[in-house]
Design a protein around this ligand. Structure first.
Ligand code: DAH
Length: 360
């Protein structure tokens, strides 16, 4: 072995030892320039290559290159270890494995009734309606009186309405606790009057919300349910406007082929009043249990706002008229998905709800 080869081998050994001893990044950096820098030791040795006999020169040169690459890699590895610690050791000692893939989160989705209400909002938005919300806990005055529903009206019966008891009157053990006339609203119609008080005509509002009735619960009645109320107040409105708009909306919701009809109805707060039906979506009109064999399904009640209600809203009925409608989104959701029992909608049963996750 010639002298230069020996010196390169010696440098290799020496460098390994010094590298292992270097315990800080700075020391490693210094060692790098000491060994491999422009005036470093290995560079110095390479300069002597010219003095090596020509036939040995390639072998010595190759060795020098191998050693340079080796040292380069060893220095990088040492720096990485000093910076991060030994990765394997570190992962082993940590309670959390940062390299493990994340657990997928279960993402929720809207309740099918809320999806339907959202669709209604979208369709009515195109007709210039904004959303206006009123309280679920109402006064008898707004829920009944201001809507022309007299004291003798059957819907005010104790059995139809949930009264909010006065503080202390339940504890007193009386058979019929006292109430100051605060109730859980039985429909969203009182929000009509609240909207008239809060807004200036022309008014076009959609009023969705939860309602309550003291009902025996069965497949088609819940003690809580949703309604979406609509109200238009302007100087020049007519039943024809209402009719045209509802027909368009039925097409938007149920498709261009949907059949519709209006029937006379009665509500104390509209005059005239109508019921709006669509051709049964289940049987197509031939008659089935879902439509009580009539071929039609009622989706809302509507009418021209009664002059007394316009007055209760703060306007002169000779100057302003309007129309109103009340929809049942629970029933509309049941029609949409072929759900046979309203109790499922309020059951909070995930096995039921998860079926509506798709695409939302
Ligand atoms: N409030 C009525 C109910 O609960 C529904 C209704 C009917 C609302 C006619 C209206 C309307 O706005 O014009 O049965």
């Amino acid at each position: 072995m010639d002298d230069l080869t020996r010196q390169i081998e010696a440098l290799r050994e020496d460098a390994r030892m010094r590298l292992a001893e270097a315990s800080e990044g700075d020391a490693v950096d210094r060692l790098r320039s000491d060994l491999l820098g422009r005036s470093g030791q290995l560079t110095g040795l390479l300069r002597q290559l010219a003095s090596v006999p020509a036939e040995e020169r390639p072998a010595v040169g190759q060795l020098a290159n191998v050693v340079r690459r080796e040292l380069d890699e060893a220095i990088e590895a040492r720096l990485a270890t000093l910076r991060h610690g030994d990765l394997e050791t570190r992962l082993g000692s940590e309670a959390i494995d940062m390299s493990a893939p994340g657990r997928p989160l279960r993402v929720g989705h809207l309740h099918p009734v809320q999806t339907l209400i959202r669709d209604l909002r979208e369709v009515f938005h195109a007709y210039g309606f904004e959303v206006f919300e009123g309280p679920e806990v109402e006064t008898e005055e707004f829920n009944f009186e201001l809507l022309n529903i007299g004291v003798d009206h059957p819907s005010r019966d104790l059995w139809d309405t949930l009264y909010v008891a006065e503080p202390g009157s339940v504890e007193s053990g009386e058979a019929r606790p006292a109430s100051d006339g605060t109730i859980l609203r039985t429909h969203t119609s009182p929000v009509q009057v609240r909207a008239m008080h809060a807004l200036e005509p022309p008014i076009r509002v959609l009023m969705p919300g939860r309602c309550f009735r003291y009902e025996a619960v069965d497949a088609s009645h819940g003690f809580e349910f949703f309604q979406v109320e609509g109200l238009v107040i302007d100087r020049d409105t007519s039943l024809a406007d209402l009719k045209g708009m509802l027909e368009e909306i039925a097409r938007a919701l149920y498709g261009a082929d949907v059949r519709t009809r209006f029937r006379p109805g009665y509500y104390p707060f509209t005059e005239p009043s109508v019921a709006f039906d669509i051709g049964c979506l289940v049987c197509g009109g031939s008659g089935c249990p879902a439509c009580s064999r009539s071929g039609w399904m009622t989706i809302l009640g509507a009418g021209m706002v009664h002059p007394d209600v316009i007055r209760n809203g703060g306007y002169d009925p000779d100057e302003y008229q309007g129309y109103a409608f009340g929809m049942g989104p629970d029933r509309m959701t049941m029609l949409r998905h072929g759900i046979g029992d309203i109790r499922l909608l309020f059951s909070a049963d995930l096995r039921f709800l998860m079926q509506f996750a798709e695409g939302r």
